[in-house]
Design a protein around this ligand. Structure first.
Ligand code: DX5
Ligand code: ZN
Length: 218
């Protein structure tokens, strides 16, 4: 089953509650929240107070993507704010196993994120401990960038490993996803798709969301 996670980074922040409700009604499965600190990535976005504000407005799981240095220092705050999924970058974690256990200790689904150039060998020994792996298909920091197709073989390779080892891990893709780019990723075994500009920058968001989902399911 394909799940769509609209990224509110592309939404209108002056009416964020409404923007979240709109994609929930359009059939989104998760709400993707991009947290950037101006250090790990060259952009600053939002923190736990935004998660806290959105929590009562939707029943959808809040998928918090931490693009920050020292994620350990903020996990408790995001947990208390109401995050359901928290993902951390392998490139930002000095003690990844500890960070993943910390996320799980709050009963939150932990995920690990790989930048486009980061090999899957870097997560071989954490797969038993995570609920999902997020592959970046753009360099993190901004919405509206072009999909990097050289990530697709990494998705295929991880799907194979997951099958061989009989693991129960979801694969999420983030960056440049639209009704075309979702196709090779879904074929490669991914099932959760973040889409920012391909949903929020469209006049008819519901149709855009449903078209992306249908393309992934085809
Ligand atoms: C990029 C963020 C993405 C971004 C995706 O650093 O992690 O979630 O919002 O935006 P689009 O779908 O426009 O590439
Ligand atoms: Zn993201």
């Amino acid at each position: 089953m394909i799940k769509i996670a609209p990224s509110i980074l592309a939404a209108n922040f002056a009416k964020l509650g409404q923007e979240v409700k709109e994609v929930e009604e359009a059939g989104a499965e998760l709400i993707h929240i991009d947290v950037m600190d101006g250090h790990f990535v060259p952009n600053i976005t939002m923190g736990p107070i935004v998660v806290e504000a959105l929590r009562p407005l939707t029943t959808l799981p809040l998928d918090v993507h931490l693009m920050i240095e020292n994620p350990d220092s903020y996990i408790e705050q995001f947990a208390k704010a109401g995050a359901d999924y928290i993902s951390v970058h392998v490139e930002a974690c000095r003690h990844l196993h500890r960070t993943i256990q910390l996320i799980r200790s709050y009963n939150i689904k932990p995920g690990v994120v790989l930048n486009p150039h980061t090999p899957i060998e870097s997560i071989q020994h954490i797969l038993e401990d995570v609920d999902f792996v997020l592959f970046m298909t753009v360099n993190p920091g901004f919405g509206g960038q072009k999909f990097i197709s050289s990530v697709v073989p990494k998705i295929e390779a991880l799907s194979r490993i997951i099958k061989e080892r009989g693991l129960n891990i979801e694969i999420e893709i983030d960056g440049g996803i639209n009704a075309e780019t979702i196709v090779p990723c879904a074929k490669a075994g991914a099932n959760i798709f973040v889409a920012g500009s391909a949903i929020y920058n469209q006049e008819d968001r519901a149709t855009a969301l449903q078209q992306i989902k249908a393309a992934g399911e085809a």
